[in-house]
Design a protein around this ligand. Structure first.
Ligand SMILES: [Zn+2]
Length: 202
């Protein structure tokens, strides 16, 4: 099996316009000519040939990252569209909730999938959901929309959330995403765990 060397583009190596820890470059011995990039967890993974020079890497990596970002922007819902989707979900699944968010915003949140601020009725959605399957985004939008009426996760909140048919599938997607992020965040720690024969933390 191909054993790629993970290289975190970190502090000393940070490329212009790219946040620290956001990009992972994999030098693949199997890859002779091709360079490819894809989104994994909260990061963009760029796979380059093992023999590519540092200079070529510094030129190519930002280009590949820009390409991924452009693709994502093309399929990302606008904030207006998010607000419309919340309207649809509430009318369909929870018509008894009459409150509507004053604004719905994409936010760079690593720790949470969404938040709802009761005082100004602002819903924030993690930009990790950009490009997520509809059911996962809908699930988070619906969850936060219920918070407009119910601040905690009490019985009434749960009763409403249970009306979302694909809740289980959505939870599985979100959990899997977080597991992938954790694995990528600490490849060394993970390798040690795997070497010990312990189960991958999920
Ligand atoms: Zn909540």
């Amino acid at each position: 099996m191909d054993s790629p060397a993970f290289e975190d583009v970190g502090s000393e190596n940070t490329l212009p316009g790219i946040g620290e820890g956001e990009i992972i470059v994999i030098r693949s011995t199997r890859r002779k000519k091709n360079i490819s990039a894809y989104r994994q967890g909260g990061r963009i993974v760029v796979s380059i040939p093992a023999r590519m020079s540092k200079a070529d890497e510094r030129a190519m990596v930002p280009e590949m990252v820009a390409k991924i970002r452009a693709q994502e922007a093309a399929i990302t819902m606008s904030e207006e569209a998010l607000a419309i989707r919340i309207e649809e979900l509430l009318s369909e699944l929870a018509p008894e909730i009459c409150l509507r968010p004053a604004s719905v915003l994409w936010r760079g949140m690593r720790e949470r999938w969404g938040s709802c601020t009761g005082v100004d009725r602002t819903i924030r959605i993690s930009d990790r959901l950009k490009g997520a399957p509809d059911y996962a985004l809908d699930y988070v939008l619906f969850h936060e929309a219920i918070h407009l009426e119910y601040f905690d996760h009490g019985p009434q909140f749960k009763e409403l959330l249970a009306r979302f048919a694909k809740a289980e599938l959505a939870s599985a997607y979100l959990d899997g995403y977080e597991a992938a992020e954790t694995a990528l965040a600490a490849p060394e720690a993970l390798k040690k765990l795997l070497a010990k024969g312990e189960k991958t933390p999920l």
